[in-house]
Design a protein around this ligand. Structure first.
Ligand code: C2E
Ligand code: CA
Ligand code: CA
Length: 567
């Protein structure tokens, strides 16, 4: 039999392939090519689709007759494409790359090229072949999506997500470069939304951002963090002074808007430290610095060592309070300051004062930890523990035979406003053998700044259980005499401020005596707080004050000493 020779077989196959190509290539949404592996990508074969794709006829490209293919490629891609070919050829892999070209008419198009090398017997790439197709539509959609992903729709600024990406990238690429985040916090934004509506505040934001953008430079960029937070990212600045003066410029720019001047702002500066790689932490530190600006002022604050230490201490206190609230309340204890009955010259009772103790913190005073407990809402469980400990103390006094000793406990407004406060208080009292009349709750004038009607109703309810109520720190806060009259309290505690006045100004001019007689007229007993010397005591006796409390008689005492005092 006559077998076709090897050469013939090859010819046949090539013919069949050419026929297939004839059918395939004209329908390709792009062009197929074969070219030399050189810097021009000198074309040896180009399919007809070339014209639709590039605007050049196939024969214009072959052998670089009119234009080398490399010149159609946009310049910024030429070198990366060469590098990528070098890489894939070394590995004998497939080439895949997206880049932009400029057509004969000057139109820009996105293309996807897929190709491979044709290797000689020595393994060297002799030619390249592949296809290039138009992906402009898809690419534009992708870019649009990417734009939406990286930008804020309202201000068109880069968003927080993108900012975090940049912070991370820069931390890795140039850890030693000076970088800072200057975070702007617009205050009372919810108030603006409520009062003027969302459109108004959105327009205001656009106006503010428009102004702030004028401060941007090559090394200063502005980002959208949230509707009321914006951040400048400053790179390669000279030093802290430069940041201070930049903050001045930011304040000036913000001040252009009269509305913003009234609602106010705070600026927090965080100088990124080498090794700071956590974008979330960077933004958090800048926010903490901003939160450090006084609520009443518009200004700036740096995140410095002192602030950091304070924040660490605060975090430690929150940790200890949480521990006391949930696991083990032994770090939380009470000391008792005696209250002296001036008329009978006897110990009338005690004010329970909270203390927090831990190995790391030592002894922490309530002036420090109570506001933190209030801010973190831990005051609710902490307050409950304090009441329980005070009631335990009362029960022990009662058991020791001191059936009339009074005990005062300080209560935060937040506690009072909690719905389960009164039921759990009365339940706790019910479980003990104590007389509710011996318990007094001390509230401060801050009740006047809260839901006053509701608080007054609750105070009334508390008093109907026989528990007594004292208004603490009288004269320092919000009260007016007119409202004092309506408040359901039994006792008024005159703040140390007015007791000090007895010494510093002519006693006859001190209004302390007026406060005492006014309180009496309202039917309240009066406790003078912070009595430190005999002269004050005499003044208070002469002016009919009922009780005194202060270092003159005794400092707050541990329980055993307090009980001794009664004995
Ligand atoms: P406060 O209720 O006005 O308590 C009186 C504070 O004045 C106590 O400070 C007491 O040690 C101090 N003091 C008493 N006599 C004198 C004196 O003669 N001179 C001077 N310079 N100070 C005197 P402390 O124990 O540091 O308590 C501070 C504040 O913390 C209390 O002020 C009270 O508002 C709050 N607090 C204390 N314990 C609790 C608590 O259990 N719950 C709540 N919510 N607040 C508490
Ligand atoms: Ca008090
Ligand atoms: Ca007080």
């Amino acid at each position: 039999m006559n077998k076709p020779g090897g050469d013939n077989l090859k010819k046949l196959k090539a013919q069949r392939k050419a026929k297939q190509n004839d059918a395939l290539l004209p329908n390709l949404p792009g062009m197929a090519y074969r070219c030399k592996y050189d810097r021009d990508w000198t074309m040896l074969f180009v399919s007809e689709g070339c014209y639709d794709l590039t605007g050049y006829k196939a024969e214009d490209l072959v052998n670089n007759k009119e234009v080398p293919f490399n010149e159609i490629i946009n310049p910024e891609y030429r070198e990366p494409i060469w590098k990528e070919w070098e890489r894939v050829i070394a590995l004998k892999e497939t080439f895949r790359y997206e880049y932009e070209i400029t057509t004969a008419k000057g139109e820009k198009k996105w293309v996807l090229e897929t190709g491979r090398g044709i290797y000689g017997p020595d393994g060297k790439a002799e030619l390249l072949e592949g296809i290039i197709i138009d992906v402009t539509e898809r690419k534009e959609r992708e870019l649009q999506l990417k734009y939406l992903y990286d930008h804020d729709y309202l201000t068109s600024l880069y968003n927080r997500r993108y900012f975090e990406e940049i912070l991370l990238r820069d931390a890795c690429a140039a850890p030693d470069k000076k970088r800072a985040v200057i975070l702007i916090n617009l205050r009372k934004f919810t108030y603006l939304n409520i009062t003027y509506g969302y459109h108004y505040s959105e327009n205001l934001v656009r106006e503010i951002v428009g102004n702030l953008l004028r401060l941007c430079r090559d090394n200063v960029r502005l980002f959208h963090i949230s509707i009321d937070r914006y951040a400048f990212y400053v790179e390669g600045f000279a030093g802290k002074d430069a940041l201070v003066s930049f903050c001045g410029a930011v304040s000036e720019t913000l001040g252009i808007s009269p509305m913003l001047k009234t609602i106010g702002w705070s600026i927090g500066v965080y100088e990124i430290r080498p090794g700071d790689r956590d974008p979330e932490n960077i933004l958090k530190n800048a926010s903490l610095a901003a939160a450090n600006v006084r609520a009443s002022a518009s200004g700036y604050s740096f995140f410095d060592n002192e602030l950091e230490e304070r924040l660490y201490r605060k975090a430690d206190i929150v940790r200890e309070l949480t521990r006391a609230a949930i696991y083990d309340d032994s770090g939380l204890f009470l000391v008792y300051q005696p209250i002296l009955d001036l008329k009978r010259n006897t110990v009338y009772g005690f004010e329970a004062l909270a203390r927090l103790k831990s190995e790391t913190l030592g002894e922490v005073m309530p002036g420090e930890f109570i506001p933190i407990a209030e801010e973190s809402q831990l005051i609710i469980p902490i307050g409950r523990i304090i009441i329980r400990k005070a009631l335990d103390f009362m029960e022990r006094l009662h058991a020791g035979g001191y059936k009339n000793a009074k005990v005062s406990v300080n209560i935060s407004t937040i506690q009072l406003l909690e719905d389960s406060f009164i039921p759990s208080l009365t339940e706790a009292i019910g479980e003990k053998s104590i007389d509710p009349a011996n318990l007094c709750l001390e509230i401060t004038e801050s009740v006047f700044s809260s839901d006053y009607e509701e608080i007054n109703r609750r105070l009334d309810e508390i008093r109907r259980f026989g528990i007594r109520v004292a208004l603490d720190d009288f004269g320092t806060g919000y009260s007016t005499l007119a409202r004092e009259r309506e408040l359901n309290v039994d006792i008024m505690k005159i703040d140390k401020y007015f007791i000090d006045k007895i010494l510093t100004i002519d006693a006859r001019q001190a209004i302390t005596s007026d406060i005492i007689s006014m309180a009496h007229k309202l039917g309240h007993s009066v406790v003078a707080e912070g009595v430190e010397n005999e002269y004050q005591k005499q003044y208070l006796i002469e002016n009919g004050c009922d009780f005194i409390q202060g270092f003159l008689f005794s400092k707050p005492l541990p329980e055993y000493k307090a009980a001794e005092l009664l004995g």
